[in-house]
Ligand binder design. Sequence first.
Ligand code: 13P
Length: 255
Amino acid sequence: MKKRKLIIGGNWKMYKTPSEAIHVAKALKVKLINVANVDVVICPPFPALVPVNEILKESNIKIGGQNLYWQDEGAFTGEVSAKMLLDAGCQYVVIGHSERRHVFGEKNNEINQKVKKALENGLIPMFCVGETLEERQNGLTEKVVEEQIREGLSGIEIKDASDLVVAYEPVWAIGTGETATPDQAEEVHRYIRELLSGLFSLSLGNQIRIQYGGSVKPSNAAELMSRENIDGALVGGASLDADSFTEIIKLSASV
Ligand code: 13P
């Protein structure tokens, strides 16, 4: 038995129009009707949040945003606020995803403000960290992840371990088909848990859930989930299809 309840997220990135998203959400609602021992969160693109929430509000599947801005409102064209996400039905929000960091240049101090704003509004951040291939090859994995955690969570207090989810997503494993081995992932997850214990408390560090993300698919999900410090997954490509996402969830739930 796992010490922590698994949490599996589907990050749909910039895929699916609202009508396509509705179609997949309807399928997931039916397929996952009996899954209760795993928290399931899907993160569709912003325009699909409201219609997808309409479908899922009476189900055990939660929804999340893929990003937010740290101001409450204002002249910030193209941005979305925590209150908007909440009103659209979100309980979670992905923050600091590697594509935000590497494609859009988000820095740790900006990510920190986003985490603060999410928590202030009662949204649960799915706070992402992870090293690039070059950083791993240069032996910098722990240094990079530590910096992302310390700076991203600087000045943050949480009352309950369920207020925060951390996602370890090695950049070299995202969308590449190359997954970290369960041993590689477990090693970093254990390190992240030590850091969280130091930042918060031993008890919170032990209870905060740490997801693995990067080419998770039905064929590797169960083995990853069997590791002590891996408490779920953040799934990109394989979450776009209701069958493969369901399979990942069911295989993980059976571990
Ligand atoms: P893939 O599962 O497509 O590798 O994406 C992982 C990811 O970035 C989830 O946030």
